[in-house]
Ligand binder design. Structure first.
Ligand code: UDP
Ligand code: MG
Length: 314
């Protein structure tokens, strides 16, 4: 059986189209399937929609969070609740085209344990969004030494890969990168991002920046090493400048130097605060992990999902 996990935050109008289009494709492939909607604390009746459809269509299942916990949490809740031999994660605004599902399934049957959906184009996003996404994935690819460009949350995972993900102990998860990290035999399918069906994107620029910082600091310690490198560069400068100053002092040619002192103070002060800030982000991550709070709280599930939670999310 194949499970499709669909995180949904205020997507009431998209549930019906998603169900009918995905069902059509999967039935066409001759696959047994279930659709698992995770309503991420929606306030527009998304979960009620799922419940209503679930009454007449046994393929449709769903759960509702007690509040908005974010897409990452919704994805992991879905993985934990799904019981298929393969799990497909896709957006429920149908921006991830259902037409590539047969190809994904074919690659899985051909032996791939992780099938990554790779974006051909980024669809109709603003220039600013494209550039910042490009920058973020460029840096992330460097940091985790894996090419993340054009990667997305649209993936098919074999049961083995899903179980491996669910056993990871951390609560700060970054689905997109973790599927690379766990390894397994992987393959790719390419797709064009479609236009959002109904409603509008849930991401604000601020939300995206926070998402980027959180993921960079929960996935890599490179920024911390960068601080050390910066420290070394400063020390080299300090030695050169120190020698020059001393020589000038003893030869009696030392200048007033007020400008230099102020500039040095400002530059060093700036770098110090930046370094403290970077270290602070790591302390924040440690603090969050140490508290060990659950990544999400489920308020209700459809009957078909009761008792299904797996892995560390039980
Ligand atoms: N989503 C979610 N929780 C959130 C934000 C978004 O579950 O806090 C879901 C949303 O319902 C959609 C998917 O994540 O299915 C992608 O969100 P969106 O379409 O807003 O992002 P974009 O496609 O613009 O990147
Ligand atoms: Mg979308």
């Amino acid at each position: 059986m194949i499970s499709v996990v669909l995180p949904a935050y205020n997507e009431a109008d998209n549930i019906e189209p998603a169900v009918s289009e995905i069902s059509k494709v999967l039935t066409g492939c001759g696959e047994e399937y279930e659709l698992v909607f995770i309503s991420d604390g929606s306030t527009d009746g998304t979960y009620e929609k799922v419940q209503t459809i679930a009454k007449s269509d046994t393929h449709v299942k769903g759960a509702e969070f007690s509040r908005n916990f974010g897409k990452e949490a919704a994805i992991f809740a879905g993985l934990s609740l799904a019981s298929g031999d393969a799990v497909i994660v896709m957006d429920c605004d149908l921006q991830h085209p259902v037409s590539v599902l047969p190809e994904m399934i074919k690659k899985w049957k051909g032996g791939a344990e992780v099938v990554e959906g790779i974006k051909n184009s980024r669809g109709k996003e603003s220039i600013f969004h494209k550039m910042s996404a490009g920058l973020f994935y460029g840096i992330m690819s460097r940091l985790i030494k894996i090419d993340m460009n054009a990667s997305s949350d649209f993936k098919l995972l074999d049961r083995k890969a899903v179980d491996a993900l669910l056993e990871l102990p951390e609560s700060n998860t970054f689905f997109r990168a973790l599927t690379f990290w766990i390894g397994f035999k992987s393959d790719k399918v390419y797709y064009d991002v479609e236009e959002r069906r109904n409603g509008k994107s849930k991401w604000s620029t601020r939300g995206l920046i926070n998402y980027a910082i959180r993921n960079a600091t929960s996935f890599s310690t490179m920024p911390l090493k960068l601080i050390t490198t910066m420290g070394w560069i400063f020390i080299v400068f300090a030695i050169i400048l120190g020698i020059q100053t001393l020589v000038r002092f003893f030869t009696g040619t030392s200048a007033d130097g007020f400008t230099t002192v102020i500039l040095l103070l400002l530059i060093v002060g700036g770098f110090m605060m930046l370094s403290l800030g970077i270290a602070g982000h790591y302390i924040a991550r440690i603090y969050e992990e140490v508290k060990g709070r659950p990544r999400f709280i489920i308020r209700d599930t459809t009957d078909s999902l009761v008792g299904n939670l797996k892995g560390q999310w039980k």
